[in-house]
Design a protein around this ligand. Sequence first.
Ligand code: SAH
Ligand code: TMP
Length: 401
Amino acid sequence: MSGPDGFEIVLDLGMQPLSDSFLPPGHDGAEYTYPLRVVRHTEHPLVRLDTVVPREKMFHDEYPYHSSTSTRMQEHFSAVADRFLRDELTGDDPFIVEIGSNDGIMLSRVADAGRRHLGVDPAGGVGDIARERGVRVRAAFFDEQCAREIRAEDGPADVVYAANTMCHIPYLDSILRGVDALLTRDGILVFEDPYLGDIVERASFDQIYDEHFHFFSATSVQHIVAPHGFELVDVERLGVHGGEVRYTVARRGARPVGHAVAELVAHEQAMDLHGRATLEGFAARVRTNATDLVRTLTDLRAEGKRIAGFGATAKSATVTNYAGIGPDLVPVIYDSTPAKQGRLSPGAHIPIAPSSEFRAPYPDYTLLFAWNHAEEIMEQEVAYRESGGRWLVYVPDVHVV
Ligand code: SAH
Ligand code: TMP
């Protein structure tokens, strides 16, 4: 199958709705849909989606994802901020810019420490929350133009950081030109995103949705940054969000390149991460996984078991709409985000209820869409398992916990 220039399709997940577009109850109008397909470049180490959804459709004032709903992620980002404060923001009046600062989960710590910072995020609702936490926010899409304006107003940045945002941005060349314009000579660009190696190993196909445009690896990041005079100087594997990598990028020659880079590149070569056969094998596992999940849910329903979902994640849009899971199989999804509660999930139209309503009499089986937060949620909801309830997880395969 062919894709955009130089790319070939490796996985077709069909027409999909916007993953974060939760609908008002009773909605019966048409939803925006787009073809969700993963493509690989036939010559370069690049794996991405083939269709660009206009950015304003995804990221707007009602963007419902609030980073700080997870305590674990708050701890994670506080540690990130502390490291920057200790190692990078040490000179005379240092300055850090975050792309995709959301509700200020990372920068609020920098603000508390009194360091100069700027969050850039087009989503007004979460931006207001960040401002209430003392974070300076610019409501904009970061790109070359925006970066040049920041440079003119605030001067150069020592660090440009982005978490779970760089992979959302198709126009990376503009971003990197902007970073080039903004960074000091010795400054660094640090970003962390879901790792293609983990997605392939765990068959975590729900990491594939409109907002996740690029599936990065150490090899692909080297390839993407090199034409802009940058190089990858460090990588760290992270356990959050089901397996991520934090990439540190500097101007070529400005910083020593750590051993971890060559090690991760070698790992990717050993598994032929970008190869057609590897990715087709992944696609085959995804199809099996989706079929198994529907069969399991159908069997449980036939046995008269009560089923629910937990975590109305953007990821769950891909699972429900690709596998064909609607309210007949999963009648409700519990979620702690006020902006999602009382609404219907995109495409599948499963009602979202507050997680405070997840209590006795409990469902028999609960499909954990937020499997990346499994530890935190299972700890919080320990009474559920104690009362005999069971979690159903579909990564890396369908199993009961
Ligand atoms: N960094 C947070 C938020 C991730 S969600 C975390 O890791 O939890 C992605 C965020 O990126 C959203 O808030 C979205 O509005 C923002 N975003 C998307 N494109 C952007 C761009 N070009 N510039 C700045 N922010 C962007
Ligand atoms: P994410 O996987 O994209 O971070 O989304 C997680 C979703 O799960 C988000 O909608 C919030 C929800 N959630 C809960 O309902 N309870 C929790 O304890 C956690 C951590 C997340």
